[in-house]
Design a protein around this ligand. Sequence first.
Ligand code: FES
Ligand code: FE2
Length: 452
Amino acid sequence: MTTMFDAPKGKFRGHERQAVWTEEPDPELSEVGPGTPCGEYLRRYWMPVAMTNQVGDLPYRLRILGEDLILFRETGEGKLGLTHLHCVHRNMSLEFGIIENGGIRCSYHGWKYGLDGTILETPCEPPASQVRERTCLGAYPVIEYKGIAFAYMGPSDTVPAFPVMDTFGDEAEDMVPYLIESPCNWLQVMENAWDPFHTVYLHTKAVRSQFIDAFAEMPMIEFFERAYGDFYTNTRRVDDFIWLRIHDKMLPSFTQNGGHFPMTDKSLYFGRNGLSRWVTPVDDTNTLVIAWRHFREGDDPRGLTNRDEVGFGTTDFYGQGPDRSYEQRQRDPGDYDAWVSQGPRNIHARENLAFSDRGVAKVRRKLRAAIRDVADGKPAPQPAVLFNNPIPTYGGDTLLRIPLQEGRDDGAILKEVAHKVAEIYMAADNLTGAERRAKIEADLEAYEATWS
Ligand code: FES
Ligand SMILES: [Fe+2]
């Protein structure tokens, strides 16, 4: 007897949708090399490029924004230098150079360069040689700060002040750097932070609770624009409490989130961020996350964090890198699997953005406008110009005891509370340090009391 198969019923439009395979990435937002509009825009900002504990007594080769570079620590005062990879004499790589007092020397014919790329010596040339006056090595200014090397790779006549955020300087906490590389375009790593709804699914409902169970509740998202950068509130009801998780988002790629494993069963006024994080493009299809994890007294009463896991290529929360088997990544995917699997360069023409993607749509709009402004010759907005350092930020958690109110719609209450809390935070922008904290705490406590 012959077995017969009926044609399966259903849409099956694979053939009709084959056009997706010919769609292309958006070059304006994704190409970062020298001379590209996005690359020029990104070069207007200080960017982290390396963890300084990786820089030993040999030149450290790296690639940033499509440029091959070396980072080295000169032997005099121990300052860091960041220069183009190739010696300008006959292009030997300076990864084989000799690090000296005040600079680096090429090992082929001995040309010595200062930290700013000036040619200091050309020992094989006759004493009267003027060759060193004619050119220089490409070099970039570097700032070393709490274990991270930051570089400015833009025009030399517009070096901005380094923006120190209010969350950077607290001596009472540990700030532990980490760096993780992803084989994909920078934008998909950056956009993950503008996508608050993936927390509900990827981190909580998809397989298991990767952080805390309370993330399963769909958040109410409200955006707040500041003179420089935005923040948004993720507001959720957790029993008798309203929990606001607040995220800072500053273009081009700086973000600060809430605490990593916040407690959701008692009031918390102006808890602060679990990390301060940048996304630095290596080139169009490789990206670094460089961040500090913040460890503060009292932030982790359940002992879920582990500073020993934070460092080069690793951090102490799930799914940030390739440090799992393929099977584990399939069974329990994390952020890294989301952004890397979008492809080497995500193709926006293939996406179908929806209501929950308004953060992603917003950041693309803002980024495109900023890239075009720089291309039109306008200065890139710099946070350190708009504020006196340190720059006020908002990232962290607030929990207020506000039980369900009889006869009132809880969604309306969540929205009202989100706006009031944001207003309280913003009203203290002109204060710094303990003074700012004291005002925000007192105002939040007083506001919470109005609900009891
Ligand atoms: S190639 Fe570097 S000194 Fe000649
Ligand atoms: Fe995530």
